[in-house]
Design a protein around this ligand. Structure first.
Ligand code: COA
Length: 661
């Protein structure tokens, strides 16, 4: 058989999924039998399909009338001879193996021998269902997402005996339904997407149960650091705590290895099932009424995102290594099925494979579950230095990293990022004339390097920079301060640099060091960093913008307090007064900065420049001039190819590719 021979589709079960599948089959031009055990269930399903189609019609998305499409759906009570000419059956009954087996036995008897029998199960294995028939080669998993009419993903999964032909026809049929199928070559309960979601939920449970973070902190990391559309526990509440509980229980009964979660079981036993009961991890205004939980961004500061995602990376790696699915299909699955902004392997590369492996070791220790044993492929990647973005190769290859060395500066080119590393660690990166000159040179070269979208400034050793080099002060004549390239010029260059500049403040940022950091667009500090304007102790004042940029960031009073006392403050204090924008543990500084920088690097370089100029220049003039600057730049962006690409990509529901044109 081939996909062109499929004309009639039978959908068994007219519940939430069944009626949606019948709708898209009819919408795609197929004759549909929709079967359930009672006529009133079927009538209800028809009403819902009609309503949904009328919504598509209102948006002008239907090529035919609602009635024409509806006329292709015939309802059938029970499974009778009436459906026997169906070419393809999709079962969408309750998630119980005994019931599914019974249905498949009946379908096997009723339908012609060449008909394909698919199950929309989301968690049960295909093989035992197939074994209830005499045509296990023609039984396949075809998993739609809720609501089928809107969700683009379909997972096609083979049982032990499913033939390649059956899987291929099912894949093609999903495409004819206008869906994006992914192919799963082996029977893995939960398909790809749910397995990955379970791994994320389980790791989150381990983190909470071991008091590394509370559930709100986990959710804040998931939303703000990983960009998930919902927090892990928010999603559990949303889909229903009972759903996760029963899937696990069902697996346990079938002897399938489970990833249990103690806190989910507790919630289940307390009948706190999430949105549906008005209380789960969060409390909702009324049963069934979902509102977004209020999660302040600061809650995302503490927890390492690698801990949340490491189990999922391990699982995805195993699926890839065992040939269960391709890398592209796994990535598509999480993006379309879970709404993640990136694929799971992309996350792994950005977070660093070494960090993922360390997180796995921690999860293994805490849970004592061999699920967290590091997959051999990940181990191999670490030993061959394929650590992801930072080494230029991981699951993907990136522009090769290059290093350039100046006298007192190292530059690491890691497209689309470049790290300018102040390299006089023995003098705490004190800003000697050579160092200032070298930073200038490096910035000039990077400004014209088309591969680079974001520049990061940081220091080697225990300082970002301890400020101007005091040792040269005594011999310095006033005229030299004007003639040599000063730190002041450098800060101005950074403030108006045409690419975003991030300061990764790894340690002391004092005097001129802090002034350079303040000229950067964003400041991310290690918890160990100490910041201050100590010039007053030398009988002088800040000379590279400290008296100007500091009050703009923290207010005049606090600025004067810092400048008059010369005191150093901790990164945390600096964060609280708005002097730095994020504080992270020292061992995570590089990865966190990389994560933020890569996010920015995906945007249009022209829009970023316009935003920077509007903020920098606009805020230094009165509001009317500022608004005019903003308005002019706003208008100018509409002449760019990037804006056209961004708008088109939104309308076509794809990720934009900005070229800076
Ligand atoms: N200019 C020149 N050299 C500097 C320097 C600066 N701004 N800051 C640190 N160094 C040198 C130190 O002289 C020392 O060199 P040495 O080993 O040859 O003696 C080296 O860097 C290490 O610093 P050290 O003072 O031994 O480290 P520490 O941990 O005891 O103290 C600081 C760290 C930052 C508190 C201290 O170095 C300091 O106060 N630096 C000056 C900061 C300042 O006033 N900056 C504004 C300048 S306008």
């Amino acid at each position: 058989m081939n996909v062109d021979q499929i004309k009639k589709i039978l959908v068994v079960g007219a519940g939430t999924m069944g009626h949606g599948i019948a709708e898209i089959a009819a919408l795609s031009g197929y004759e549909v039998y929709l079967s359930d055990i009672a006529q009133d269930i079927l009538n209800n399903a028809l009403d819902k399909i009609r309503w949904s189609l009328s919504k598509f019609q209102e948006k002008g998305q239907l090529k035919e009338s609602v009635e024409t499409i509806m006329s292709r759906i015939k309802t059938v009570v029970g499974l009778t001879d009436a459906v026997k000419d169906a070419d393809f059956a999709i079962e969408a009954a309750v998630e119980r193996l005994d019931i599914k087996k019974q249905i498949f036995q009946n379908l096997d008897k009723l339908l012609k021998p060449e008909a394909i029998l698919a199950t929309n199960t989301s968690s049960l294995p295909i093989t035992p269902i197939a074994e209830a028939t005499k045509r296990p080669d023609k039984v396949v998993g075809m998993h739609f997402y809720n609501p089928p009419a809107l969700m683009p993903l379909v997972e096609v999964m083979k049982g032990e005996k499913t033939s390649d032909e059956t899987a291929k026809i099912t894949y093609e049929l999903a495409k004819r339904f206008g869906k994006q199928p992914i192919m799963i070559n082996k029977d893995v309960p939960g398909y790809i997407v749910n397995r990955i979601l379970f791994a994320i939920t389980n790791a989150s449970c381990i983190v909470v149960e071991n008091k590394i973070a509370d559930f709100r902190e986990v959710d804040a990391v998931a939303k703000y650091k990983l960009g998930f559309p919902m927090g892990v526990f928010e999603l559990a509440d949303y889909t229903g705590i009972d759903v996760a509980y029963y899937i696990n229980k069902g697996w346990e009964e079938l002897g399938i290895k489970t990833l249990k979660c103690g806190i989910i079981e507790e919630k289940f036993k307390a009948n706190e099932l999430g949105v549906k009961t008005g209380k789960g991890f969060y409390t909702y205004p009324a049963p069934g009424k979902y509102v977004k939980p209020d999660l302040p961004k600061e809650l995302a500061e503490k927890l390492d995102p690698s801990l949340i995602i490491a189990g999922a990376v391990n699982e995805a790696t195993k699926l890839l290594r065992e040939g269960v699915a391709s890398k592209e299909d796994i990535e598509l699955g999480v993006k379309l099925g879970l709404g993640f902004p990136k694929g799971i392997f992309q996350y792994a590369d950005e977070l660093g494979i070494d960090n993922i492996v360390n997180a796995l070791a921690q999860l293994r220790k805490l849970s004592n579950n061999d699920f967290y044993d590091v997959d051999p492929l990940l181990q191999q990647m670490v030993s061959s230095n394929k650590l992801g973005v930072k080494t230029g190769e991981g699951f993907y290859t990136y522009g090769k990293t290059e290093e350039k060395t100046y006298r007192t500066v190292k530059v690491r080119i890691e497209p689309p990022l470049a790290w300018v590393i102040l390299n006089r660690p023995e003098k705490l990166n004190a800003l000697s004339p050579e160092l200032v000159e070298d930073i200038n040179k490096a910035l000039d070269e990077l400004e014209t390097d088309q591969r680079i979208r974001v520049v990061i400034l940081t220091g080697s050793g225990r300082a970002f920079s301890a400020g101007a080099d005091i040792s040269s002060f005594l011999t310095l004549r006033p005229i030299d301060v004007i003639r040599i390239r000063t730190i002041r010029d450098l800060t101005n260059k950074i403030a108006l640099y045409t690419k975003p500049v991030i300061a990764a403040i790894n340690g002391y940022a004092l005097g001129g060091g802090l002034e350079i950091a303040m000229a950067c667009d964003i400041r991310i500090a290690s918890e160990m960093a100490q910041l201050g304007q100590p010039e007053i102790n030398l009988g002088i004042i800040p000379g590279a913008g400290g008296t100007q940029r500091l009050p703009r960031l923290v207010g005049k009073g606090r600025a004067k307090l810092l400048i008059y006392t010369g005191d150093m403050i901790s990164a945390k204090e600096a964060y609280e007064m708005g002097l730095v924008d994020m504080v992270v543990p020292p061992q995570r500084l590089e990865d966190e900065v990389r994560r933020v920088a890569l996010k920015i690097a995906e945007k249009s370089p022209l829009a970023l420049l316009a935003a920077k100029l509007a903020v920098e220049l606009g805020n230094e003039s009165n509001i009317w001039s500022g608004m005019l600057i903003e308005g002019s730049l706003f208008g100018l962006l509409f002449t760019t190819k990037d804006a056209e690409e961004g708008i088109r990509a939104f309308l076509e529901k794809r990720k934009p590719q900005f070229k800076g044109e």
